[in-house]
Write a protein of this length. Structure first.
Length: 680
């Protein structure tokens, strides 16, 4: 039995059975796997901190978009998981929030009845944790809509395709209002269940002040806020201002000017002082103050309407890492959510810094989240990891691995030592440090790491391949690469890598710096070419590479749910997968080419001719005769929804490595640790 449709990933459910593993014993190898539940929020690693909301009891909710969870900080400062299993997936409505798989929850808001509204970015829908603790849908079909069209007008909430939502707010009548950034509109779920546009025409622009908001144009609206009288404030992103829609429906400039602030602006002046691009906003009704986040200039501004004054409120306008000793004395990166609270002051969630900052009584401090702490006293078993990625086994019982979420490459050495090899605590997405020590450089989402015969390390990051020499200095080996992932060296010493977003595999000659496509058709995803030349074939989102024991190059053709093989003469063939999505049954004993596969993430081989793949929810071994054995994770689901697992559910099985003794090392991205499956 195979189920098709949206990507399916297994959530932790009451109707599940964990079966003992007859072939492998699972052990924790690196990392605690703890996400901090039951600990002080300031001592917890957050994998992103996108949105923030507060309920009437003083509980603060934080969305961890990368981790697929929403956390709750109680008034005593203790954090716990509130929604999401920690497995990125697509569970339907009606299930308890803690048993519901979520994928990239972002903006948050408290509904009038106390339920928690959130936007699930992967599936472009607004959902809600109801007061009974279950998850319900509010708006969206689960399909992501494109540009605004006539068909978007006056449709029921569950029949409306919505696009990326930048802000959610609840109006005085209890109606849910939201921005659609790429459609340049603001919409509302009315009491009759229909979705209607209340601002914007669907065309990017900056016109219409003094007219009805539905006749005005916006440009990438993001955050929303209401003041006590019921006026709506819209962060008109690219227009670098905040628009105000009054209760009669007329629009005007609420804050900012008709132009963007010049470079080097101090953002000090009247309420009409020019701003930079505005993202998150929040309104302090008690003081008639608007807070506006400006991510491009690393600041939050405070607009005091009573005093007619704009002034910097948080951040020093620089990129970097620093303790929030004073509100204007530290780097604030990516202020993605702002919350005004009578209890806590002003809270600012900083997504790329994975922290939430608090400003109260002119003092600032961390409210939740911290940087990874690795020093000479740290141990591998007790380390906290964000999102471990690629694994490289080295001689002497050493292992190199990446932490994608933290931007680090680390080494584990026996008996239990851990050390940083490249990267430093820094907001995600920044690239610095070439021609200096690798431990003082920043890495943008390091994915995989491989070692050249000369000892040099190569790290694939989001837009480049970086190299670390034997002296520990870093440089860029190849720039302007479109999301490189899996890497391996071929017998000629060329560096082969998946250029995932271009759907191809590339060979880089490190001597001449020349590249050649060896598999796939550039910028053309698809499936074709089996039996012919790999250079004429089509791939779809290749993620990983490995050589098998016969010298064939294997490609994890993730988007096609297959593993493909390139023979030494350049011909390509499918060796694992039939192109269908995840099989909902135990696939042990089935021929690998006869089964569907889930979201493929990792690939490894051993000297005996076995192939190992991870499907996010399980890890499989394919023997030389082509038959599959489930190593660990999901086994199957029957027609009644009863699920079974080998050992237990896996949270984000990613990269794999296998040693000479047959031990399988598995990177669990969402659990924040690496485990090892030891043969019995």
């Amino acid at each position: 039995m195979t189920k098709t449709g949206l990507i399916f990933l297994i959530g932790v459910a009451a109707t599940a059975q964990n079966l003992p593993n007859p072939n492998y014993e699972l052990r924790s190898y690196i990392g605690t796997g703890s996400r901090g539940d039951g600990q002080p929020a300031v001592e917890t690693l957050l994998d992103g901190a996108y949105g923030a909301a507060e309920d009437a009891a003083g509980n603060v909710y934080i969305s961890e978009s990368n981790a697929g969870v929403i956390r709750k900080v109680r008034p005593n400062g203790i954090i716990e998981r509130f929604a999401g299993t920690g497995i990125l997936g697509n569970t339907g409505s009606g299930r308890p929030a803690l048993e519901t798989d979520l994928t990239h929850p972002t903006v948050l808001a408290i509904d009038r009845d106390g339920g928690l509204l959130f936007y699930e970015a992967q599936y472009c829908r607004i959902r809600k944790v109801l007061t009974d603790g279950t998850v319900g849908d509010v708006a969206g079909t689960g399909r992501c809509g494109g540009g605004f069209s006539f068909n978007d007008r006056d449709r029921t909430a569950f029949d409306t395709d919505i696009s990326n939502v930048g802000g959610i707010a609840v109006d005085p009548q209890g109606r849910v209002v939201f921005t659609e950034t790429t459609k340049h509109i603001v919409r509302r779920v009315d009491s009759d269940g229909f979705v209607r546009t209340i601002a914007g025409t669907g065309v990017a622009g900056s016109t219409g002040d003094g007219d009805f908001a539905t006749a005005a144009t916006l440009n990438s609206p993001v955050g929303l806020a209401f003041d006590p009288p019921g006026n709506l404030y819209i962060a008109d992103g690219v227009n670098c201002r905040v628009r105000k829609v009054d209760t009669a429906g007329y629009i005007s400039i609420g804050a900012g000017a008709t132009t963007c602030a010049p470079a080097g602006s101090g953002f000090t002046g009247t309420a009409r002082t020019p701003l930079d691009r505005v993202g998150a906003i929040a309104f302090d009704g008690a003081n008639n103050v608007l807070y506006a986040g400006m991510p491009r200039v690393y600041r939050v501004a405070r607009i005091d309407f009573n005093a007619n004054r704009t002034a910097p409120f948080l951040g020093n306008g620089k990129v970097g890492v620093g303790d929030p000793v004073t509100p204007l004395g530290f780097p604030l990166n990516d202020p993605s959510g702002i919350l005004v609270s009578s209890r806590y002051g002003v809270l600012v969630a900083a997504d790329s810094s994975s922290q939430v900052y608090q400003v109260q009584n002119a003092r600032s401090q961390r409210f939740a989240g911290m940087w990874i702490q690795i020093d000479s006293r740290s141990t591998a078993s007790a380390a906290q990891l964000k999102r471990p990625g690629g694994i490289l086994l080295q001689d002497g019982n050493k292992m190199l691995f990446t932490d994608i979420g933290a931007g680090l490459v680390l080494r584990r050495s026996d008996p239990d030592a851990i050390a940083m090899i490249a990267g430093m605590p820094y907001p995600t997405g920044y690239v610095t440090g070439d021609n200096g020590p690798a431990t003082q450089a920043t890495l943008a989402w390091p994915n995989r790491v491989v070692q050249r015969g000369t000892g040099e390390l190569y790290i694939s990051t989001t837009t480049a391949i970086r190299a670390v020499d034997l002296q520990g200095n870093i440089r860029t080996a190849r720039n302007a690469v479109s999301n490189p992932t899996g890497m391996v060296f071929d017998p000629q010493g060329r560096l082969l890598y998946c250029e995932t977003d271009k759907h191809q595999v590339v060979a880089l000659d490190l001597g001449t710096n020349r590249v050649a496509v060896i598999a796939g058709t550039t910028n053309t995803p698809g499936f074709s070419g089996d039996g012919g030349a790999a250079t004429a074939a089509r791939l779809n989102t290749p993620l990983d590479l490995a050589y098998d024991s016969a010298g064939n190059l294997l490609i994890l053709d993730s988007g096609n749910h297959r593993v493909r093989k390139i023979t030494p003469d350049g011909k390509i063939q499918t060796v694992v997968g039939n192109g269908l999505p995840l099989a909902y049954r135990d696939i042990t004993g089935i021929l690998a080419t006869k089964t569907g596969l889930g979201q493929l993430q990792g690939l490894a081989t051993d000297a005996k001719g076995n192939i190992y793949i991870s499907e996010t929810v399980r890890v499989n071994k394919i023997a030389p005769d082509g038959k599959v054995t489930v190593v660990t994770g999901f086994l199957g689901e029957d027609d009644n929804g009863y699920r079974s697992y080998m050992d237990r559910p896996l949270a984000g099985a990613g990269a794999l490595a296998v040693d000479s003794d047959g031990r399988i090392y598995i990177s669990l991205m969402q659990e924040g640790r690496i485990i090892v499956a030891v043969p019995r």
